[in-house]
Design a protein. Sequence first.
Length: 404
Amino acid sequence: MLKTVNIIGGGPAGLMAASILSQNSYQVTIFDRKPSLGRKFLLAGRGGLNITHSEKKEDFFEKYGKNSQIFKQIINEFSPQDLRNWCEKLGEKTFVGSSGRVFPESFKASPLLRAWLSQLKRQKVIFKTKHDWLGWKDDKLLFKSDNQDILVNSDLTILSLGGASWPHLGSDGSWVNILEKYNIEVSKLQPSNCGFFVNWSKIFANRFAGKPLKSIKIKYKEKIIRGEFVITKDGIEGGAIYTLSSLIRESINIDGEQKITVDLKPDININEINRRLSNTKSNLSMTNYLRKTIKLSDVAIGLIMEVKHKKKSRKLNSENLAYHIKNFELSLQKPFSIKKCISTAGGVSFNSIDKNFMLIKKSNVYVAGEMIDWEAPTGGYLLQACIASGFFIANNILKKNTEK
């Protein structure tokens, strides 16, 4: 029976696998290239750790797109409620926000991570930081640490190396070249939950970069999303855009630049907007005219002024203004750099792993978390799937070796 487990990568998937296996008489060692574990997890909680979501299961599963059936199995074994119960056992109660998202009561990642690592230490998990994994040599794990090559025997290995976003935190996708040397199929890593470049005028970019555009509705093809996004110097990013990012990215890959339509006043119909604009005295400046008449935000007014600037028109009539307010077109050129996105698409193909997530071409080597070829929007779906995958793999290891 295999008793020694080496986990490479100290993110949520690897930590959860370590929790389960170390509770069941396995000697677990976690290797990480950085000086401390869970760095990406901590950054994810910088604005409030959204750990999962409270919506109905069937709606939850749909967020995983083409892989929804795979994640249905995984998340049924470790559900959002199981995750909340687990957090509470670590001393971090959770609550459901107004959007249905689930957060720790502390609203931070650091207390939960500290409790998690303390539990692992009590369970005699060994932490090996500053160990950069380079692959295998003579069937042993090869690491670089303090400029020395270190070989480690491994009965059982779990790779939990993340994607390629936020590479300064450790997950830079360098594992792709390692696995491809062993003819393991890896889909190209691409930006996910990302922003997109927009060709703003210098005036607009300088004035509104960093400002949110709130309470809007976005339409892209057949998809309609309500929410908000943020203007950046180079384009747009934020929750409503992240939800659509995978669809937009794939279309840009095929056809190039894509257009989205933004309704700047979704709660007022176009006829009412036109009526209000027509009934207001026109001796006001354009900014005051739109602010007073339909209470457009400064950012939304800035967008309308972009239209005016591009059309080289001194003034748009009320009918044209109403149309652009309800159907503002934005041309998205390409996704932001993978380094700047929240997560990545692509990774180890499901064709390369068996039903237990073990590599078919590398016996007793499992892959977990974001390094597998899947993606999901923000809102708790990413962390839920990563943690649940660690749970899933660990329990399959237990079952497999119990059967032996």
